[in-house]
Design a protein. Structure first.
Length: 542
């Protein structure tokens, strides 16, 4: 699991196919920082996401006709700033099959021959048990592996011993105190666990990054082992919920991400404080993670857990709310939940990605859309020649003097009312600088899209072709058809230095409810050449 700012071209994310209502694996075309903006923290059903106000979410809106008794739901892309508590937002309830077995690291040392070469269901389950109840015991410099157990759960103890023997080549046995499993010559196993990311103590253990890319059966097995160690299923007449408990808050957040990748819902990580059983002056803090939805598939092996799984009469399907069904808009991978809270989290840098195909992606369990232009293509060979091609927000941050030198020199703010509006509120757009004498042989490309209704888009593009240089810039713009109008008011400034040549191509495929009111102009100096190819399709007014 990675943050949006860490994603780049070629990475893969989950995206919603609006026709099938299923999630698909989609390729990231590019990413960028769009500047500093106010961040809203949106919480719904145990999920919290931080997003800027212009980031669109997939929302289910009741658009019944006036006077109608029955709800008439429709999906809409709505910017975060326009969301309110109680809105129904889309969440991923399952994900497509993905993942591969992980090759495991081993040292060439005595005792390593019997250790596994790659993950299997048994190996993953054993690692989950170790994550919950295993530990390293250091005796005068010799480190051994031990696992705390409840000997009254004989079936679980026997299973740990079996997997230890068959998958790791160790003969675990119950210690004389009856509270732990030990084995001889586990030094190689201790090194193996540390090499593969299972290090630390009860408060510092974490899931290794590769655990999130295992096949589904192995992800479930790992969760099953951890649940056999630190989880329980309530046997109350009205509650059969599953709860995982740990003193390690970071590990619980890791597990929350992993269960989401298994199509299992969960609560927020809840902290619970209790008095110490032997010292009333001390308090102990533990963390709970309650599971919901399809958690019966977790690969537990203790009968104390498995016998209670599958006994629930009801489970959350996210296809209805307060007695109102909207199942027609859902699938086994898509559901809707009500927003519980929206709070401001201050001003922070904002990052976005452009996703190939459906132009949306799943973030923190929510289905969200690209917020504005982020798709810019550049090549390392051009960067070596000094060509700059990025979004305007990045340009202002990284090349402020260059931007200030040319910004507003071709189209000043007082040129017209729309240029004045753009100058005051612009966001996004392309910045290109081509050094003297450089010929950019391949066209540079960008794509802009209006992603929500009632939206104003005000990108600013600035192109500088220095003396004797050549560049061709291709820009695409589009918008889906919404029920209400949107405004596109861009400004494009092009500076063509002496003997430079610029070709500017734009294809705008607007829906018929977009007011397309743009100002574009070039300043061409001696012996320079400026060529415009401007295609406008649709729009309400251009």
């Amino acid at each position: 699991m990675r943050a949006i700012k860490e994603l780049g071209p070629g990475d893969q994310v989950f995206a919603l196919n609006p026709d099938s209502k299923l999630l698909e694996v989609a390729r990231v075309n590019g990413g960028a920082c769009s500047g500093e903006k106010e961040i809203l923290e949106i919480t719904a059903r145990g999920r919290t996401i931080a997003a800027s106000g212009n980031h669109p979410f997939l929302v289910l809106r009741d658009e019944r006709r006036e006077g109608a008794k029955h709800a008439r739901y429709a999906t809409r892309w709505v910017q975060a700033a326009d969301l309110v508590e109680g809105d129904l937002v889309a969440i991923a309830t399952d994900v497509p099959e993905f993942g591969e077995a992980e090759p495991l690291l081993r040292l060439d040392r005595p005792g390593s021959d019997s250790l596994p070469h790659e993950t299997t269901d048994d190996v993953a389950w054993f690692l989950g048990v170790f994550l919950g109840d295993g530990y390293f015991h250091n005796r005068s410099g010799y480190v051994s592996v031990e696992i705390a157990v409840d000997r009254s759960d004989q079936a679980l103890v026997d299973e740990i011993i079996r997997v230890g023997r068959e998958s790791f080549g160790i003969e675990l046995r119950l210690a004389t105190d009856g509270q732990r499993l030990t084995a001889k010559r586990t030094g190689a196993l201790a090194t193996f666990l540390d090499l593969n990311g299972f290090r630390g103590n009860a408060l510092t253990k974490r899931l290794p990054d590769w655990a999130f890319s295992l096949p589904l059966s192995q992800r479930l097995a790992l969760l099953g082992g951890l649940f056999d160690a630190d989880g329980h299923v309530r046997d109350h007449p009205t509650s059969k919920d599953a709860v995982l408990t740990s003193a390690n808050v970071a590990l619980m957040h890791d597990v929350k991400e992993l269960v989401a990748l298994c199509g299992i819902g969960s609560s927020s990580v809840i902290d619970v404080s209790n008095r110490h059983p032997h010292d009333p002056e001390r308090t102990l803090t533990a963390y709970h993670l309650r599971l919901s939805g399809n958690f019966d598939q977790i690969g537990c092996r203790s009968p104390r857990r498995t016998d209670r799984l599958g006994k629930r009469k009801f489970r959350h399907s996210y296809r209805s709310a307060k007695g109102t069904s909207f199942a027609a808009h859902t699938s086994e991978m898509l559901g809707f939940v009500r927003i519980e809270s929206i709070v401001s989290a201050g001003i922070e840098p904002v990052y976005d990605i452009e996703v190939e195909g459906h132009h949306n992606f799943v973030a923190e369990g929510f289905v969200v859309h690209n917020s504005e232009v982020v798709f810019h293509r550049n090549r390392e060979d051009l960067e070596r020649l000094g060509v700059i091609f990025c979004d305007m927000d990045t340009a202002l941050r990284e090349y402020p003097e260059l931007v200030k030198q040319y910004f507003g020199t071709v189209i000043p703010a007082n040129d017209n009312k729309f240029s004045a509006l753009n100058t005051s509120v612009w966001s996004g757009g392309s910045f290109i600088y081509v050094p003297p004498g450089v010929n950019v042989e391949m066209p540079l490309q960008a794509y802009f899209r209006i992603n929500a209704e009632n939206m104003g888009q005000f990108e600013r593009t600035l192109i500088i072709a220095d003396e004797g240089s050549q560049v061709h810039y291709i820009e695409g713009c589009s918008a889906p058809t919404y029920t209400s109008d949107s405004l596109h008011s861009a400004v494009v400034e092009i500076v063509v230095k002496p003997s430079a040549r610029v070709t500017y191509t734009t294809i705008q495929n607007w829906s018929n409810n977009v007011f397309n009111l743009v100002t574009k102009r070039a300043k061409v100096e001696a012996e320079g050449h400026m060529e415009w190819i401007d295609g406008n399709i649709g729009s309400k007014l251009t």
